[in-house]
Design a protein around this ligand. Structure first.
Ligand SMILES: Nc1ncnc2c1ncn2[C@@H]1O[C@H](COP(=O)(O)OP(=O)(O)OP(=O)(O)O)[C@@H](O)[C@H]1O
Length: 492
């Protein structure tokens, strides 16, 4: 393999239109590979050469390339395998196939699988340069589009939203229209899908952005305190009301109030909320004086509110009031194009937070990330990537950095065999020996009940793939109770 290519980190950080074009050449005929490299370097391209299919596959797994030129017929890993790997892990990359006359039909097949073009041998430097220049133009156009997209996001205040899927592009287009208005918005989506991020983006891009953004998680507040949290109270309104206190509506005056988990709001509070939304004034608990408030209300829920209405847990009049404008976030498993860009974003965040310099993901790990069901959605992905970065030893993320509780039995067994261990632990055993676990069940004795409870909640969350409904069910407590405990133990 000639010349060290850019790491993924370098490449993603320098994706400006004018930055150099990285080309990977894969050809097991050494002289041919050298000749092609020289002719492409002559037109100013940055080339890395692999003279065997497996070397090309390895380089492709560890680095980002703009263009791959690969011979079609090679032993071990052939050109089709290189093409599929490139398209799977670096979909923006353009792949040019080099083929002998006999394998032209196969090259046509490659075009159907996404190859940019093919060149029939014998190839002259001129023809190679012409085709690769065309691929370069295509790459520069894509970069220009990406930059435009990025600039628009910055202009509209959505630069902290990471997405690539059509589903999220549609959401962002909707947000661009909704955010500058004063309309209330109901954001729906599974837990961890990004509803809070969307609410913040709406606020940031609204005329209210210099005023407060106040969030309240209705499910995390004890039922008898929800009203006082929202509307405030006066001294003596209830036993603990030792002084007058402003509620979230007053804090948020002039700005935006985000009602998270609105589906968990007690029925008695729902009617009061509806009145506040209609009359734009609140009354503190225990008082009879009205206070005018000017607040834009955004609400979110992971529940099916129509079902909640049918089952008598949510008021239909409030629902229709809240859902004038709705934004729905698909679960991460339905927008797989977002997974790798999000994972990369969280890798960089985790690097910064933990003082690490982890450079990228192996191809196996990328495939694993793409295939996970992500029941806990973006939040779960973020947690997994952070734990990968923390556990990593060699500045490069691979399957062996995954904590055992994330692996299925087959993968775990294969990895354990690879690392020379004799035991073939079951999933249950792997869960017991979670390396992040500083409180294994055998050592629970001697710990405080609080420590044991925290341990039980943390591990049940992992078992339930960060699905809080399921976690609460397994632990035999209400979701509201679980929320409070997550907050108390800093596990949110
Ligand atoms: N598109 C995105 N870009 C960047 N970060 C994201 C995106 N979506 C979600 N996140 C991150 O994932 C985590 C979970 O997102 P968030 O809290 O917004 O989910 P949620 O749907 O409000 O969850 P819940 O229903 O539990 O309140 C947060 O750390 C958030 O910053």
């Amino acid at each position: 393999m000639a010349k060290e290519a850019k790491t993924e980190n370098d490449a993603t950080d320098s994706s400006s239109v004018g930055s150099s074009i990285q080309v990977l050449l894969v050809d097991n005929d050494k002289d041919h590979a050298r000749a092609m490299t020289e002719s492409l370097e002559r037109i100013g391209l940055d080339c890395t050469t692999a003279t065997a299919g497996p070397d090309g596959a390895k380089l492709l797994a560890e680095n980002i390339y703009d263009i791959v030129v690969t011979d079609l017929m090679m032993n071990d890993v052939d050109g089709m395998a290189i093409l599929r790997q490139a398209k799977e892990t670096q979909p923006e990359c353009e792949v040019v196939m080099v083929t002998g006359h006999a394998s032209v039909p196969l090259a046509v097949e490659a075009m159907k699988e996404g190859a940019f073009n093919f060149l029939e041998k014998p190839i002259t430097p001129k023809r190679l340069q012409a085709i690769v220049s065309k691929a370069t133009e295509s790459i520069r156009l894509k970069r220009q589009n990406q930059q435009l997209h990025q600039r628009l996001d910055e202009r509209f205040g959505f630069e902290n939203l990471i997405y690539a899927s059509d589903s999220m592009k549609g959401v962002v287009q909707r947000l661009q229209r909704i955010a500058p208005t004063d309309a209330g918005v109901l954001i729906t989506g599974e837990t961890g899908s990004g509803k809070d991020v969307i609410a913040q983006a709406i606020h940031q891009n609204s005329p209210r952005k210099k005023k407060p953004y106040v969030a309240i998680n209705t499910a995390a507040v004890a039922e008898h305190l929800v009203e006082s949290e929202l509307f405030g109270h006066v001294k003596g309104a209830f036993t603990d009301a030792i002084s007058d206190r402003e509620g979230k509506f007053e804090y948020a005056n002039g700005g935006t109030l985000f009602l998270d988990e609105v589906g968990d709001m007690p029925m008695a509070t729902q009617i009061k909320l509806l009145r506040v939304l209609e009359e734009r004034e609140i009354t503190r608990v225990g008082d009879n004086k009205s206070i005018p408030v000017n607040v834009r209300v955004l609400a979110a829920t992971n529940k099916d509110l129509e079902k909640e209405i049918d089952e008598g847990r949510f008021r239909s009049d409030l629902y229709f009031r809240l859902k004038v404008v709705t934004v729905h976030l698909d679960p991460l498993s339905k927008r797989r194009e977002d997974i790798l860009p999000l994972a990369d974003f969280f890798r960089k965040q985790a690097n910064k937070k933990n003082g690490r310099n982890v450079k990228g993901f192996s191809q196996d790990l990328r495939r694993w990330l793409l295939d996970e069901p992500w029941k806990g959605n973006v939040r779960q992905l973020k947690n997994v990537v952070e734990s990968l970065v923390v556990m990593d030893l060699d500045d490069y993320l691979d399957m062996d950095d995954l904590s055992p509780d994330l692996l299925d039995e087959k993968t775990a067994a294969a990895l354990s065999k690879k690392s020379g261990e004799n035991a073939n632990p079951s999933t249950a055993e792997l869960l017991e020996s979670d390396p992040g676990d500083d409180l294994a069940s055998s050592s629970l004795v001697g710990k405080s009940l609080k420590e044991i409870e925290r341990w039980a909640i943390e591990h049940t969350l992992t078992l339930a793939n960060h699905n809080r409904e399921e976690t609460a069910r397994i632990l035999g407590i209400s979701e509201r109770n679980l929320y409070r405990k997550l907050n108390d133990y800093g596990l949110r």
